[in-house]
Design a protein around this ligand. Structure first.
Ligand code: ZN
Length: 241
């Protein structure tokens, strides 16, 4: 399976930018990067993170790690800042345009802007260590501006961070030609207490994929027998997936 190296920008003594209300960029980056890890793992990718807590790590260490890991894609997660608080929006950096990194960046940028509803500042070139010193195609996402009131509200909101993670993951999937697998929706049957623990995940999967459904009363009736006709319908749906 493909290997993805996630770099949660800054950390430790280097907090990165300081946003509206004193929020640290390093915290925003780490929270979004962890959600991205969850997304990427669900797709079956092998994932390594530059940090999973608030620790120091040099740029050289990050690049060395990504290279030693043998990453197929490197993605660095950041939030932007500017002296003028009106600056806002999302941008994605590559070292040089015209290579695979630009293909990834184009997909990631498109998905991020759609998901976050931010201003599209486009794909840009940047002479940044994590982009320049890594062997794999590498992109650096500036999710939004921590110094802009509206953008920062999104950066500090868990639901928006998740949207950002999903968007980056979708972009990477599109580049690698992998079908994005969304998080299964939780079971909401009236009798979900009756579904045994060992079957819960399977029930979530088959209902999420539309292979089986509950009945009109909103129950699943896990202990009811399946008729041959019902089984035939499930198998026919499976073939259509
Ligand atoms: Zn940064």
């Amino acid at each position: 399976m493909k290997k993805i190296y996630i770099d949660a920008g800054h950390g430790g003594a280097d907090s990165g930018a300081v946003g509206v209300g004193g929020v640290k960029e390093s915290e925003i980056n780490l929270a979004a990067a962890k959600l991205l890890k969850t997304e990427l793992l669900r797709q079956g990718f092998t994932v390594q993170m530059s940090r999973e807590n608030d620790c120091n790590k040099t740029l050289a260490e990050r690049s060395r790690e990504a290279n030693a890991f043998g990453a197929d894609v490197v993605v660095s997660v950041h939030a932007n800042a500017y002296s003028d608080a009106s600056a806002s929006g999302t941008e994605t950096y590559v070292y040089k345009k015209g290579y695979n990194a630009e293909k990834i960046a184009t997909q990631v940028q498109k998905n991020l802007v759609e998901a976050l509803g931010t201003k599209n500042r486009g794909v840009k070139e940047g002479n940044l260590a994590i982009l320049r010193d890594t062997d794999a195609p590498a992109v650096l996402c500036e999710l939004a501006f921590a110094t802009n009131k509206e953008d920062c509200a999104k950066l500090t909101n868990a639901a928006y961070r998740k949207k950002a993670a999903v968007a980056i993951c979708k972009g990477i999937c599109a580049y690698l030609g992998v079908n994005y697998q969304a998080e299964p929706k939780p079971i909401t049957f009236l009798d979900q207490e009756a579904i045994p623990a060992w079957a819960k995940e399977a029930v979530e999967k088959v209902t999420d994929k539309g292979l089986m459904a509950g009945d009109a009363e909103g129950t699943f009736r896990p202990n009811d027998p399946v008729t041959r006709a019902e089984l035939a319908v499930v198998l026919a749906r499976l073939e259509m997936l």
